[in-house]
Write a protein that binds this ligand. Structure first.
Ligand SMILES: [Zn+2]
Ligand SMILES: [Zn+2]
Length: 378
């Protein structure tokens, strides 16, 4: 049983970069952080992510896991530099070895980091591990597939590298189960883009409901270890031989939260994405161009607001957050009279497509933080 009350379990999502293609003075390249209980999980790491992190309230040293959706530079060029800066600022603790940073992403990521760190003679003060997702050939046009000569694991680890896993697609669930731990299950799923691209779903386990303390007192049970056992789902036997089941003394469970972050895509692939994103509290989806430019967007492997809205509706998400805007869209606050492209129009298009569904639409901007509260059923 977790010893902390679920009321303390804050979770939020901070966008560090919301622009596509390259970082600009008004939008950083793709990066966002899911923060929970002081741990930060970074999703994508475009060029300049480290300076965006420094401008934010987040601490780069708290990043324990990194998820890379695909190998395009606007999602990846920032990673070697960020790791080096975290290392420079690390204060090694003599009694506790530094924690290993786990990095998840498409095949080729391991070799990319190895070469980038090795050719720049970069040493890190902490270990890292790259866990690679095996793409399928239908995730992109043939020209987007990397040759095995490029992605092949040389087998020669960087001095700070620890062996990582190679994760195949689980054909039954059409997902990649990449992490299962005490509090979360993280899955990846396939998207269609110009190169193999993935989305990630982070599902928090349900929290047990509160103990009905009045009822427990009536049964003669005093606060103590037995309370903990009941809350952990164990039945307990009273002195008089009566068995008390957790379901009798616990209020309804609190549903865990689900956050889904999709990499660049013009469509979903297979059943995996909708299964993994079903009833997401937050669905982060790209909307590179507006609906008028749909053909161009799809040609480049991207989506428009109404395409993102269709995905949000298909998986019954609670909130759709749009990001990865073409650099032609200035942040709403910087929009000037006469500017042709207005980012608010992207939100309007998604809202129109979702009218009557109850799905909320939000536009991501650099440094926007979205809190994700637990929603109690009663
Ligand atoms: Zn991109
Ligand atoms: Zn891309």
């Amino acid at each position: 049983m977790k010893c902390k009350s679920f009321f303390n379990m804050t979770m939020d999502l901070t966008f560090l970069g919301t622009g596509s293609a390259y970082p600009s003075p008004h939008r950083g390249a793709s990066a966002l952080v899911l923060r929970t209980e002081g741990e930060c999980w970074l999703f994508d790491c475009g060029e300049g992510t480290q300076t965006q992190l420094m401008k934010s309230q987040l601490k780069a040293s708290r990043i324990t896991k990194v998820f890379i959706s695909h190998l395009h530079g606007d999602h990846l060029f920032g990673l070697p530099g960020l790791l080096c800066t975290v290392s420079l600022n690390l204060n090694p603790c003599p009694t506790q070895p530094p924690t290993c940073v786990d990095i998840y992403g498409p095949q080729g990521l391991r070799q990319f980091l190895r070469v980038a760190l090795e050719l720049t003679s970069s040493q890190l003060l902490f270990p890292y591990s790259v866990h690679e997702l095996e793409p399928t050939t239908d995730q992109c046009p043939p020209e987007g597939q990397l040759s095995p000569d490029v992605t092949a694991d040389s087998g020669r680890l960087h001095p700070q590298e620890r062996p990582g896993r190679t994760i195949p697609l689980d054909v039954n669930s059409d997902c990649y189960v990449i992490l299962e731990e005490k509090r979360f299950v993280v899955k990846a799923f396939r998207l269609f883009h110009r190169v193999p691209s993935f989305g990630f779903s982070v599902q928090e386990h349900d929290w047990p409901g509160r103990l009905k303390t009045e009822l427990l007192k009536d049964l003669g049970l005093k606060p103590g270890p037995l309370y903990g056992r009941l809350k952990a789902g164990e039945s307990v036997t009273l002195e008089n031989g009566q068995v008390v089941k957790p379901s009798e003394v616990l209020e309804e469970a609190i549903p865990g939260r689900k956050v889904c972050v999709l990499g660049d895509c013009s469509s979903l692939l297979g059943e995996g994405p909708l299964r993994a994103c079903h009833r997401a509290d937050i669905l982060v989806h790209e909307a590179t161009l507006s609906d008028e430019h749909r053909e161009k967007a799809v040609d480049h492997g991207h989506s428009t607001p109404s395409m993102a809205a269709a995905v949000a509706q298909a998986c019954s998400a609670r909130m759709l957050v749009l990001y990865h805007f073409s650099q032609r869209y200035k942040p709403a606050g910087q929009h000037k009279e006469g500017d042709e492209d207005n980012v608010l129009e992207l939100r309007r298009q998604a809202e129109e497509a979702l009218q009557g569904t109850g799905i909320e639409v939000s536009l991501a901007e650099d440094f926007l933080t979205i809190p994700i509260p637990l929603i109690r059923l009663h």
